[in-house]
Design a protein around this ligand. Structure first.
Ligand code: NAD
Ligand code: DAU
Length: 358
């Protein structure tokens, strides 16, 4: 029975991953979720699994050396899936320091603890794996309409966020190259789906539209992102953790490039299609809400990932067409308005004290 240490499991992708893994493997795996619950951590995402015997939550900062070492001494960890990070580009432009602490030093701390726990006289205990969840932003930006990021594309980050993620990737690479540490790196494009914090484009636009608020589009709205449904990303991570060749990097992408303005337009149209004629929110929603605002500083123009290697080696492909994924996502937000309200009112942050009586 494998034991997973999942960091950042209360965040968007981490909570989707834990729910996906416990559904897929049921009682066959243990999951320890390590998260310090920043503004982006919401334990309410994991309500349906919190009482399971094979799931445990630990409120720990990945930068806390003693606490992380202690976890590796207490549990025989087989897999580390490292999601925990400061993840929002705009915040990194305002306050880069916390990005270096969590994303770089937190990663180094985890690498050291895993190395110490797993090393033997002649290498590492068999079957152990560390997976660094990285991003396509480490490759920088594609300037024109053509071309893709490959695993061999030179690293060229632009924002403090992407610079911190690149630094973390390079620390992982250095442990692979120096110690033959059993790690993989996955670099994924923009995720969307349930439980995404409403600071990111898609949930922000859904929430604003439902409340008749302006929809702030940065710059010209022509910047391009490659969108991947979050469950498809979770499947890729599971596959790489199990079957990825040690030391390798795998790109994960949706084959789904869209201009930001196309996304915003699709959200408006889909909401109008899904809401019944009687729903009072319908009257609030229109294309007139679209408002062009000042551009993000250093705004990367286009991201597009070539997931050829993961397809050729591991047989992974994105499964969810965007037209279906965006409907599923909007339907989820419509069914979970209370989740969104608790976030916008800050009430989700009280859940930990109540649940864990601390
Ligand atoms: P998120 O911001 O929704 O969640 C981050 C989680 O990490 C939160 O639960 C937060 O409480 C936790 N955390 C932050 N600092 C911590 C610390 N010091 N110690 C312990 N926990 C801490 O992020 P996300 O969108 O789910 O992204 C998860 C990972 O995937 C990140 O590493 C991100 O760089 C990467 N990624 C995200 C996307 C995307 O589109 N969202 C795409 C590619 C890669
Ligand atoms: O590419 C992977 C990355 O995707 C991840 O590594 C990051 O953690 C994740 O946050 C995401 O970064 P982006 O900056 O691409 O995501 P965001 O949702 O913030 O913005 C998507 C695009 O939409 C981007 O071009 C900026 C634009 N945007 C965003 C917001 C929040 C707007 O035009 N208006 C907005 O209000």
């Amino acid at each position: 029975m494998k034991t997973y240490l999942v960091t950042g499991g209360a965040g968007f992708i981490g909570s989707n991953f834990i729910l996906y893994m416990l559904k897929k493997y049921q009682e066959e795996i243990n999951i320890i979720n390590v998260d310090c619950l920043t503004y982006a951590g919401n334990l309410e995402n994991l309500k349906e699994v919190e009482h399971r015997k094979n799931y445990k939550f630990l409120k720990v900062d990945v930068c806390d050396k003693k606490a992380i070492l202690n976890i590796f001494q207490t549990y025989d960890i087989d897999r580390v899936i490292h999601f925990a990070a400061e993840s929002h580009v705009d915040r990194s432009i305002r306050n880069p320091e916390v990005f270096v602490n969590t994303n770089v030093l937190g990663t180094l701390n985890l690498l050291n603890a895993a190395k110490l726990a797993w090393e033997t006289e002649d290498g590492f205990k068999p079957g152990k794996k560390y997976l660094q969840v990285s991003t396509d932003e480490v490759y920088g930006a594609l300037e024109g309409e053509e071309g893709y990021f490959y695993e061999t594309t030179p690293l060229d980050p632009h924002s403090p966020y992407s610079a911190s993620k690149t630094s973390a990737d390079l620390m992982v690479k250095s442990y692979v190259d120096t110690f033959h540490f059993p790690a993989n790196i996955t670099r994924c494009s923009n995720n969307y789906g349930p439980y995404q914090f409403p600071e990111k484009l898609i949930p922000l636009m859904i929430n604003n539209a439902l409340n008749g608020k302006k929809l702030p589009v940065y710059g010209t709205g022509k910047n391009v992102r490659d969108w991947l449904y979050v469950e498809d990303h979770c499947k890729a991570i599971d596959l790489v953790a199990e079957k990825g060749r040690v030391g390798e990097v795998y790109n994960v992408g949706g084959h789904n490039e869209k201009k930001n303005i196309e996304i915003v337009t699709m959200i408006i149209d889909t909401l109008l299609e899904m809401l019944s004629a009687k729903d009072p929110r319908r009257k609030l929603i229109s294309h007139d809400l679209i408002t062009y605002v000042e551009d993000r500083k250093g705004h990367d123009f286009r991201y597009a990932i070539a997931p050829d290697k993961i397809k050729a080696e591991l047989g992974w492909e994105p499964e969810t067409p965007f037209s279906e994924g965006i409907k599923r996502t909007i339907a989820w937000y419509l069914e979970h308005m209370e989740w969104m309200e608790r976030i916008t009112k800050g009430e989700y942050q009280k859940y930990y004290e109540k649940m864990y009586r601390m």
